[in-house]
Design a protein around this ligand. Structure first.
Ligand SMILES: NC(=O)C1=CN([C@@H]2O[C@H](COP(=O)(O)OP(=O)(O)OC[C@H]3O[C@@H](n4cnc5c(N)ncnc54)[C@H](OP(=O)(O)O)[C@@H]3O)[C@@H](O)[C@H]2O)C=CC1
Ligand SMILES: CC(=O)N[C@@H](CCC(=O)OP(=O)(O)O)C(=O)O
Length: 344
């Protein structure tokens, strides 16, 4: 199968190439980037110098015919258009941007600053969180790969929402992200002197992942739930922690049992006996989850950890690819540590 990666010179693009280089059934036949056009993969990403794609050259423009399957690792607006064009050509796509993630179209003008032009495709695309939408992903031709904060948060919430045990109307979510979550472009507050030895919250009231998370949980829950979300930047390159807190009368043992039962067959979810750490998931597609209960306040406290570029983006995109193409869901993804990583 021929696979194209558009937006291949960014952080998630590099991670897609890292993962796909293990796939025997796949040939990456195009990697696209305007700024790196004409350069070889090994010169742009030296950590991939021993990859079988080391001499593949970046193309300036995407060829929408020559690949069978496309990964888009682009900003949201270019993705809106490209998904449409690829869909018209009958191609399967995993889009890593938010362009087709949110079913409620008003989220686009309200949180992303543009009107979505292709509402019929928005309802046709499937949200690419396999632990919730596996069956739909298997039949989809457009999969909207989730955002990193929504991946960590929704996996920490899903068993509780599905079981209907959340008694509060809102759920408090505090999350920490490594800096690669912001992409490879330069921004002042991510410069080394400003980010190193520092940590800070941002968009504490209105972050664009709120409608994405609420869209999913309110599609499952009988009662309307709101997300009270505060993201923070921490001085690591990759990795993410999300802590979710909600009122419930289900105590620790029952809660843990609920989570273990729901995720018992999931290849990439690990329920831990202690709070998770970023270092244990970086470079992988795992989501580590810890479940506890605060007897004093009557709150469940669920903490998840992922790699924002792994389960939060590119390796989850490969999990979706495996499902969409009928491969074993964890094939090659669990061998990923064999390939060198950007920012180990
Ligand atoms: N970083 C993360 O942790 C996560 C990112 N995502 C999403 O994945 C997508 C990619 O993110 P990431 O890899 O971090 O981003 P980067 O900024 O690192 O890379 C963006 C890529 O898109 C290309 N690009 C940028 N602007 C345009 C444009 N206007 N038209 C065509 N190509 C363009 C760039 O190459 P060039 O400019 O040379 O063409 C580059 O290859 C984004 O939508 C992001 O929101 C999702 C989950 C997690
Ligand atoms: C650290 C940082 O800036 N993170 C990004 C989220 C990365 C991600 O998942 O983004 P998309 O929804 O855009 O795909 C942010 O807060 O906007």
């Amino acid at each position: 199968m021929k696979v194209g990666i558009i937006g291949a010179s960014g952080y998630t693009g590099a991670e897609l190439i890292r993962g796909l280089s293990l796939y025997q059934e796949v040939e990456i036949n195009q990697i696209v980037s305007r700024n790196f056009a004409g350069k070889k993969l090994k010169d742009v990403f030296p950590h991939l110098s021993d990859s079988r794609y080391q001499d593949l050259t970046f193309e300036e423009e995407a060829d929408l015919d020559s690949s069978d399957f496309y990964f888009l690792a682009l900003p949201h607006q270019p993705s809106v258009e490209l998904v449409k064009l690829l869909h018209e050509k009958g191609k399967k796509v995993v889009d890593l941007s938010a362009a087709y993630r949110i079913k409620n179209p008003s989220a686009y003008p309200n949180y992303y600053g543009f009107e979505h032009k292709y509402l019929e495709l928005l309802s046709e695309s499937v949200y690419g969180l396999p632990e919730i939408f596996r069956e739909e992903i298997g039949k989809a031709s457009i999969v909207a790969n989730p955002g990193c904060y929504p991946t960590a948060t929704l996996l920490a919430l899903f068993p509780a929402v599905k079981e209907g045990i959340i008694q509060s109307d809102s759920i408090t979510v505090n999350a920490l992200s490594g800096i690669s979550g912001a992409g490879r472009g330069l921004k002042q507050h991510f410069h080394y002197p400003e980010a190193y030895g520092n940590a800070y919250p941002y968009n504490p009231i209105k972050h664009r992942h709120i409608p994405e998370m609420e869209d999913v949980i309110n599609g499952i829950s009988d009662k309307k739930l709101l997300i009270r979300f505060t993201p923070h930047i921490i001085p690591v390159s990759r990795g993410m922690i999300s802590t979710v807190v909600f009122k419930t009368d289900m105590k620790k043992e029952q809660l843990e049992e609920l989570y273990r039962l729901e995720y018992r067959y999931e290849p990439f979810i690990r329920i831990l006996n202690n709070p998770p750490a970023i270092k244990d998931v970086v470079g992988s597609n795992y989501c580590d989850i810890y479940v506890d209960y605060d007897e004093r306040t009557g709150d469940a406290v669920v903490i998840s950890a992922i790699d924002n570029l792994g389960k939060g983006a590119s390796l989850q995109a490969l999990q979706n690819f495996n499902i969409m193409t009928g491969m074993l869901e964890d094939k090659y993804i669990k061998d990923i540590s064999r390939v060198s990583i950007l920012f180990p």
